[in-house]
Design a protein around this ligand. Structure first.
Ligand SMILES: Cc1ncc(COP(=O)(O)O)c(C=O)c1O
Length: 501
């Protein structure tokens, strides 16, 4: 059961249902009775996360008017959804969306690969690229040269090395967001940053509004911290923030935190425009919500014209950093193995985060901080990021071509940045595909990992981590997995199923 009840108005639901009808029907599809079509439409909206789980649906009469069918048709559709576990009703109180017990199916594909599988399995579990050599080697050599003065200290820097804090602050200032070193804390990756922020702001039972879908590991981190997730469905397309929906959720749920990835969102690759950023910040400020803007992907624009016209950072709309807390990372732009991230916020927030760190990890390793500082101060960072973009662009184009060739029924939009392709898997269950992939030698995380309460069953996330012949082979293995799922041969105990009628 989801933890916050939103309401979907009749007009809104009618609009969402109409937008679905633009999708092509499969070959030979027969038109189902009206009640069945309505029930399937609502079920699909829930599974795709476009209507959250535990959302209150309109009364039968209102929906009947909005979609121009009889009330009996709506009643029959609601009854079918109740029988299938997609709706719960209480007499006199209304009906709420749900997902049936047992859904999501086992959603695999993100746990670290066992060592014995390395080499034989194509791993599409992580959206991270290998180090952009020779820059890692240069940076580590530079760090070793800069190490001696630090070797004379105790080595615990809970806010981060002063030199790196100053350098990160300078980089924000150069982007047009004046920043002092006191506004920066260096963390153990963006994960460490968000963990610290969740613990400071969102104790057990607090609400956090999140994009739906969103980055799987952060959702899991928030759940583990005891937060109650409030999913806000992404709209269609690659600028997918529906600001009316966001503002409604911020107003009505008044979450303590909201978490967004406005730059090449993981998993959809979407890029928020400036107006969306401004409205998000305004909405958060009015609701008293702290908006966490995760900029992990922000340097990974893959088209020159997108890079030239990047919208201003979310923090540009709250430079003091009391409403917007920015999280950055070296993981995607450079290398995840360094585990360097940071937080930019108002100095008092940074002081509280640093104080809390005494009970967590005490600080981030000095040598790795020096390596990032070396990259920033020598210009090596920019050259390494350029290599990174070239590699990601090549991989993206190879993967897109391979998937189009092997799996022409799969649908996706090609993002202009980031590291991930969000794929609607032709009506097949993403969880079943992930399972079958284990047999055909490709590891891929299924859609529900990126949703709240079982949404996105029909999706997979494919990262741009492989290119050339490996991308071809990955697509071939995915196509083999798709055949196993659609022919029912994906395992002795598992019955295959398509979830879309
Ligand atoms: C949006 C987003 N945030 C955070 C992370 C994790 O970053 P880090 O490796 O810096 O902890 C990732 C990694 O995939 C990500 O995509």
């Amino acid at each position: 059961m989801a933890q916050w009840t939103s309401a979907v108005g009749a007009a809104q639901l009618a609009r969402l249902l109409t937008s679905q009808q633009d999708r092509p029907a499969g070959p030979g599809t027969r038109r189902p009775p009206a009640y069945r079509a309505l029930a399937d439409g609502i079920r699909l909206l829930v599974l795709e996360g476009r209507v959250p789980v535990a959302a209150r649906l309109p009364a039968e009469r209102e929906l009947a008017l909005a979609v121009s069918v009889s009330r009996t048709t709506v009643a029959a559709a609601y009854e079918a959804l109740r029988t299938e576990g997609f709706l719960e009703s209480r007499r006199g109180a209304g009906s709420w969306t749900a997902v049936p017990a047992g859904n999501p199916l086992p959603a695999r594909g993100l746990e670290p690969l066992p060592p014995e599988a390395l080499g034989s399995v194509i791993d599409l579990g992580c959206a991270s690229l290998p180090a952009p050599e020779p820059w890692l080697t240069h940076a580590v050599r530079g760090a070793l040269e800069d190490l001696p003065p630090y070797a004379h200290t105790h080595g615990d820097y809970p806010a981060g090395l002063p030199a790196l804090r100053a350098m990160i602050a300078e980089r924000y200032t150069a982007r047009g967001i004046p920043t002092m070193p006191e506004q920066i804390m260096v963390t153990t990756g963006a994960m460490g940053a968000i963990d610290a922020i969740c613990h400071l702001f969102a104790g057990r039972g607090e609400r956090i509004a999140v994009e739906s879908p969103s980055y799987a590991n952060i959702l899991q981190l928030m759940r583990a911290a005891g937060a109650r997730l409030v999913p806000v469905a992404m709209g269609e397309g690659l600028t997918g923030w529906d600001l009316d929906r966001w503002r409604q959720v911020l107003r009505e749920a008044a979450p303590r935190l909201a978490y967004v990835v406005a730059d090449f969102h993981n998993p959809t690759g979407a890029l928020a425009d400036e107006d969306q950023r401004r409205r998000l910040v305004d909405g958060a400020r009015s609701a008293g919500t702290v908006l966490v803007a995760d900029e992990t992907m922000s340097e990974l624009w893959l088209e020159e014209e997108v890079g030239r016209a990047m919208p201003r950072p979310v923090s540009a709309f709250d430079p003091a950093g009391s409403t917007v807390i920015t999280v950055g990372s070296a993981s995607k732009a450079f290398w995840a193995g360094l585990r360097i991230g940071w937080v930019r916020a108002a100095p008092d927030i940074i002081r509280s985060l640093v104080a809390a760190r005494a009970y967590a990890d005490l600080g981030t390793p000095v040598l790795e901080q020096l390596a990032v500082n070396w990259l920033f101060s020598t210009g090596g960072w920019e050259r390494a990021v350029e290599l990174r973009r070239e590699q990601a662009r090549r991989n993206r184009d190879d993967l897109v071509a391979a998937v189009r060739r092997e799996l022409p029924g799969w649908e996706f939009e090609i993002p202009s940045g980031g590291l991930t392709l969000w794929v609607r898997a032709g009506g097949l269950s993403g969880s079943r595909l992930a399972e079958a992939g284990e047999r055909t030698g490709v590891r891929v995380p299924s859609g529900p990992r990126f949703g709240v309460d079982g949404a996105f069953e029909g999706y997979l996330r494919l990262p741009f981590t492989v290119g050339g012949p490996v991308a071809d082979e990955a697509a071939t293995r995915l196509a083999a997995a798709a055949r196993l799922v659609s022919t029912g041969a994906n395992g002795p105990t598992e019955s295959p199923r398509t979830f879309v009628a």
